[in-house]
Structure formats: structure tokens, C-alpha cells
Ligand binder design. Structure first.
Ligand code: NDP
Length: 334
């Protein structure tokens, strides 16, 4: 089966689900291509952006095509000539695939993953994969965090945010986490040990936000009003790592910023980044975070949905905060 989306910004888009798509045979594979049995699909806010027919860092997903997705799975079919690749049928791999039970992927784009009792395959879609890399490079390379600095992180109970909170804490920063709802805030405090947590859905949020004082780094996952509020709280030479703006992804006419002039008065920097630009340095972060996971310093939480037909619901659910930690869909049987 294969799932695809016909998006419409006004919400009338359709989701189609084809049951009888034939599996590729070994004779249909070109040299250097493999078929992967997809086990887990990543669900990412970025997928919403890939549906817009606009200029971006990757081409839009075409109407009728299967939705592009990060995934982990096992090699099912290899071409007769595998060239330099040492991958074997049955190996666990990660890569960019699509919403479907099987994906045809160039061998050179697949990375073998090592799993054991601590490190599960799904971790490579979360803390040890793209969201973890995003948190790591956003904090270190863009935010340039230093011990003792105040780091504010929005979307704090999500995949990227929850890792960013823990990494900033490990670096000795004062972390102020912002998330939606009492359960998520309690998890951040009690399980992840983040002392200062603000619930942006709380009626007193704006008052409590002013009480945090000034910030050195804002790791922005949500954009919109919370970004504007952070612009009023900049220390001199503050940095804003512009990771995402989920509050604006479904809003064709988001409200403009009111407070950007503070960037000038505080000689502050706001900088956008795309995690893929760090691909040649992924191994550095993967090693560090793998060590943190094994030592128990970095906790990875996941929210699971089951079945290919749940992919669209899972994506839509992220926009109302249905996930804590990484949102994943299990494809096929358990
Ligand atoms: P999350 O796991 O954080 O899931 C999204 C969360 O966003 C939801 O759980 C919800 O949490 C929160 N949210 C939804 N709508 C709003 C809103 N209107 N205002 C405030 N919060 C909202 O997703 P990811 O960790 O995968 O991604 C986080 C951000 O990072 C996204 O903006 C994404 O696009 C971006 N990103 C950027 C990358 C890059 O290279 N620059 C790479 C990867 C991700 P709550 O219940 O707390 O509201």
C-alpha cells in the first residue's frame, strides 16, 4: 500500500490510500537501488511545508506522489550488482523514504543503523537522527550556547525541543522551557529535570514569561507571538536560532512581528538554519548524543501511531500538540 495527499490550504485536501501497489521485483531495480521494508515512519512538521508549491530547501511533494518521510526499515530486495555497498538483505537502515510499506531508495542514500538493548531503531528518527542533530547544531553552531547563559526553548516537549532542553542543561545553561499543557510541563520538570517550565496555554503565561528576566539564546520552534515576546527579552548580543515556526505553517497570513527593533538595540542576531547543512558533521553529534543516551543523561520519549492509514492523522495531530517527544508511525505488523 501507498498513501498520498492532495493538500489544500483551506483544509479541503484529500488523503488517498492505495491498497494494491505491486512490490518492485529485483529485475525492476536499477543498479544502485534497493527496496526497503519500511518499519517506522517519522512524522515531521516540515512535511506540512513540503506540500506548499513554493521555493524551499527541498522540492515540494507532487500531488498524487507518496509523501516523503524519514524512515527506518530493513533491506528487502537488493539489485544484482550492489557496487561498493556492503548492505545485506535484512539489515536495518535509515534514510529518506516515503509513506508506504516499501520504498525504493538509492543504496548510497541508506545508512546502516546499529541497535541494541538500549538503542532502538526508532531512536534514529529522534534523538540519534534528524531531530537530535537539529537540536545539537541549533544550540551549538547557531545559538553558540555557553555555560551559565539563559537559553529559552519553545516547543520544549516535542522531538527537537525536548532534546534541546536536555543538551542545554548538560552544557550548564539555565534552561527556560515553553510547552503547551500541564502534562507536558510536568514531564519536562519531573522526568527531564528542567526547573523552569512555562505553559503557553496558561492564562498567566505572559506575566510569568516577563518574570524570567532576559535571555541570551532563544531556540525557536514555534515563531509567532512567542518569538515576538522573546524579542522583548534580549540580553545584549543575544542569539536567536530560528529552527521552526509551527504556529505559522497552517496560517496563510500570520501576524507580523512587532518587536524586531530590539535586535538592533541589543546588537542581537537572529539566524535561520537547516539541519541538512550539517550532514558532514552528523557523526560528531551522533557520537556525543549516543553517549548521553547510554549514560541515561538524555531521555528520548516517543508518541506512536499504528498503521499506514494513520500517517495523515499523526501529521495533523502535531499541530494540536498530540505528541510528546518524537511522533512516529509503525508501518505494517508489529
Ligand atoms: P514537535 O515534536 O515539537 O511537534 C510539534 C509541536 O509543536 C506540537 O507537539 C505542539 O506542542 C507544538 N505546536 C503546535 N502548534 C503550535 C502553535 N500554534 N504554537 C506553539 N506550539 C505549537 O516537532 P519537531 O520537534 O519535529 O519540530 C519542532 C520545530 O522544529 C518545527 O517548527 C519544525 O518545523 C522545526 N524543525 C526544523 C528543522 C531545521 O532544520 N531547521 C529540522 C527539524 C524540525 P505543544 O503541545 O507544546 O503546543
Amino acid at each position: 500500500p501507498r498513501a498520498s495527499i492532495d493538500p489544500k490550504l483551506d483544509g479541503t485536501g484529500t488523503f488517498s490510500f492505495e491498497k494494491d501497489v505491486p512490490l518492485w521485483t529485483v529485475d525492476q531495480l536499477k543498479a544502485g537501488e534497493a527496496v526497503v521494508k519500511v518499519e517506522w515512519c517519522s512524522v515531521d512538521p516540515a512535511q506540512r511545508g513540503w506540500l506548499n508549491p513554493t521555493r524551499s530547501y527541498v522540492p515540494p511533494v507532487q500531488i498524487g506522489a507518496a509523501m516523503r518521510a524519514g524512515a527506518v526499515g530493513r533491506i528487502a530486495v537488493l539489485p544484482k550488482d550492489t557496487g561498493k555497498s556492503t548492505l545485506q538483505v535484512g539489515d536495518w537502515v535509515m534514510g529518506t523514504m516515503s509513506w508506504g510499506e516499501y520504498a525504493k531508495v538509492p543504496l548510497k542514500e541508506l545508512q546502516k543503523i546499529e541497535t541494541d538493548d538500549v538503542v532502538k531503531p526508532t531512536y534514529y528518527l529522534g534523538g540519534l537522527g534528524m531531530p537530535g542533530q537539529t537540536a545539537y547544531w541549533g544550540l551549538h553552531d547557531v545559538g553558540k550556547i555557553k555555560k551559565g547563559e539563559t537559553v529559552v526553548i519553545s516547543g520544549a516537549a516535542g522531538a527537537v525541543g525536548s532534546i534541546a532542553c536536555q543538551l542545554a542543561k548538560i552544557e550548564g545553561c539555565r534552561v527556560v522551557a515553553i510547552a503547551g499543557g500541564a502534562d507536558k510541563c510536568r514531564w519536562l520538570q519531573e522526568e527531564l529535570g528542567i526547573k523552569e517550565v512555562l505553559d503557553y496555554k496558561d492564562a498567566d503565561f505572559k506575566k510569568k514569561f516577563r518574570e524570567i528576566g532576559y535571555l541570551d539564546v532563544y531556540f525557536d520552534n514555534v515563531g509567532g507571538e512567542i518569538l515576538d515576546m522573546c524579542l522583548t527579552r534580549l540580553n545584549k548580543n543575544a542569539r536567536i536560532a530560528l529552527c521552526g515556526a509551527i504556529s505559522a505553517y497552517n496560517d496563510p497570513s500570520p501576524k507580523g512581528l512587532q518587536s524586531y527593533l530590539n535586535l538592533i538595540s541589543q546588537r542581537a542576531k537572529i539566524e535561520g538554519f537547516i539541519v541538512f547543512d550539517y550532514a558532514d558533521r552528523y557523526h560528531i553529534a551522533a557520537k556525543e548524543m549516543g553517549d548521553h543516551v547510554r549514560s541515561g543523561q538524555l531521555k528520548l520519549r516517543e508518541t506512536h501511531a499504528y498503521g499506514l492509514d494513520k500517517c495523515a492523522d499523526a501529521l495533523v495531530g502535531m499541530f494540536s500538540g498530540k505528541n510528546t517527544g518524537k511522533m512516529l508511525v509503525k508501518i505494517g505488523s508489529n
